[in-house]
Write a protein that binds this ligand. Structure first.
Ligand SMILES: C[S@@+](CC[C@H](N)C(=O)[O-])C[C@H]1O[C@@H](n2cnc3c(N)ncnc32)[C@H](O)[C@@H]1O
Length: 290
């Protein structure tokens, strides 16, 4: 890290952060340095290269120093900055929320592919909302729609409501603190969920950035990874209209398991979609027409 001077520039700050990542043996040190500066609100991506003479303040240098130290100690940049981009929108995180993952964006893509009219008034249910990233993104894409965000964690729901306010959709989003769909009696056009689906015995071997910073309530899928899915599938059909669709995120090795669960339940069809990496990622469920 460069020493503080009265006129440190963005270029020298960027170089010193990149060198620190390089010396620590991190892959892609330049990318990581740009990402840190971006997430901490110091410089937009690319600005360090295109606007290197910009003067940075001592407070900014201290912020970057602190962020760099925490990041090198294993804390994700999103946790340090307290926010994460999902589908082009910014979401605040809290200790009770999962840090949204880019692969979850596939759920939004699949909803858009099926429900092609953005002016449609859809009712949307988000089971295990966390930051609210799925429901809030869908409500911004379908401005006539409304939705219900469910989470068992009050803290997560508080964060989701805050994010809904930031994106001006709070008037169209109800928050329910409860166990999946147990308290719900309504039907929905679209149901989305990214429940905890990691087998319990796998959790100790997860990357430190996940194990230490994502809440266990967002990860733990019980003995076989399907404990929460079994609860979600039980009575699921009462939430569906014939035209409704549900989109559930699954682990790369859970295609057979989710197909089995779907067969045992009274859903009509279950199709698994791969993510960009070719891994099974989202199960699309229908209860009426296929
Ligand atoms: C993997 S996180 C997904 C968060 C968010 N939907 C996303 O994709 O980033 C799973 C969420 O389910 C919530 N959850 C866990 N058990 C639950 C339950 N029994 N009922 C409702 N929500 C639950 C957790 O608190 C967590 O917010």
């Amino acid at each position: 890290m460069a020493e503080k001077t009265h006129k440190q520039t963005l270029g020298t700050l960027y170089d010193s952060v990149r060198n620190a990542y390089r010396q620590a043996g991190c892959a892609g040190p330049g990318h990581r340095a740009r990402q840190l500066l971006d997430y901490l609100g110091i410089a937009a991506p690319g600005e360090a290269l295109t606007y290197p003479d910009k003067v940075v303040s001592d407070a900014e240098i201290n912020k970057v120093q602190d962020g760099l130290t925490r990041n090198l100690a294993g804390e994700p940049v999103s946790r340090i900055s307290g926010h994460r981009e999902f589908y082009g929108l910014d979401f605040l995180l809290s200790k009770e929320t999962l840090d949204p993952r880019p692969e979850t964006e596939l759920i939004v893509d699949l909803v858009r592919k099926r429900f092609t009219d953005p002016d449609q008034a859809l009712s949307i249910l988000d089971l295990g909302t966390g930051t609210g990233c799925l429901l809030i993104t869908l409500l911004t894409l379908y401005p006539e729609s409304c939705g219900v965000a469910v989470d068992i964690s009050e803290g997560a729901l508080r964060t989701a409501y805050g994010n809904a306010r930031c994106h001006h959709v709070e008037a169209r989003m109800a928050c329910v603190c409860g166990d999946w769909h147990q308290a719900l009696t309504a039907r929905f056009d679209v149901i989305v969920a990214n429940p905890p689906y990691i087998a319990r015995e796998v959790i100790p071997g997860l990357a430190e950035s996940v194990r230490r910073f994502d809440p266990i309530l967002a990860l733990d899928g019980g003995k076989d990874g399907f404990m929460e899915y079994k609860k979600i599938f039980s009575g699921l059909e009462r939430l569906f209209y014939p035209h409704s669709r549900a989109y559930f995120e699954i682990g790369y090795d859970q295609e057979n398991g989710i197909m089995r669960l779907a067969e045992e339940s009274r859903v009509a069809s279950c199709k698994v979609h791969p993510d960009n990496g070719g891994n099974s990622r989202v199960a699309e469920i229908a209860c009426g027409d296929k």
